[in-house]
Unconditional design. Structure first.
Length: 230
């Protein structure tokens, strides 16, 4: 006798970048088991598995390679809330006495902060400038792998979509060429690029916790996929 087939509930959400409505299902136990095995995996492996899981749970309806990192993060957080649970225990330091505090992230309250509108077209000097794009999920994960802070330059270079002068537009170049171009910026010019990245939409939640030791009420902003994992 064949065992019964279990029906999986479905839900909908809206992508932060476009407001596109997306149908999805929760993780299955076999998929959660895979996630639990990623604790010591490379960032490349984590990135690959998360995207494969999102693709399966959204019924292969999205072109994930075209989505900015904050869409992928938001999709994962919502999937996690419907699959594993809406509450995640976290530990945060007291900003007054540095004692460790127990707090909770309520995934129902996670939101996307879009920041102020920043023009991706940035003029640098003498009619020379760049057009930037939002970083992809893999690019963010790669930049976060390890403690090498110089990887941020590779991330920024990978987000240069076009380089323009008064008479020409360059949109076909290697990552190495983009990095070499970037390294010629003055600090003031690089600050213009930094402003774009500082205002990229972010998935975050504000967490409040009272310190039992000094009675100080701490307000902390939690962001980054690692805080919403398993």
């Amino acid at each position: 006798m064949a065992l019964p087939v279990l029906e999986t509930p479905t839900y909908t959400l809206k992508l932060p970048s476009t407001d596109q409505e997306v149908k999805f299902r929760p993780f299955l136990v076999k998929e959660h088991k895979i996630l639990m095995s990623l604790a010591n995996s490379s960032h490349d492996e984590v990135s690959r598995v998360i995207k494969e899981l999102i693709d399966a749970c959204t019924f292969n309806s999205l072109k994930l390679e075209d989505l900015p990192s904050f869409d992928i993060e938001y999709l994962f957080v919502i999937l996690r809330s419907k699959s594993i649970g809406e509450i995640i225990p976290v530990t945060v330091p007291c900003s007054k006495c540095n004692d460790e505090l127990k707090a909770e992230i309520d995934l129902n309250k996670v939101r996307v902060e879009k920041g102020k509108n920043i023009d991706p077209k940035i003029n640098l000097r003498d009619n020379i400038g760049v057009i930037l794009k939002y970083p992809m999920f893999e690019e963010i994960m790669k930049a976060a792998d390890g403690n090498d802070k110089t990887k941020i330059f590779g991330l920024v270079a990978s987000c240069i979509k076009e380089i323009f002068t008064e008479n020409e537009v360059f949109n076909k170049f290697t990552l190495k060429e983009a990095e070499d171009f970037l390294l010629q910026f003055t600090k003031e010019e690089f600050s213009k690029v930094e402003e774009f990245f500082e205002n990229i939409p972010k998935v975050f939640q504000d967490v409040e916790a009272e310190c039992k030791k000094c009675n100080y009420i701490n307000k902390t902003t939690i962001q980054g996929l690692q805080n919403f994992f398993v």
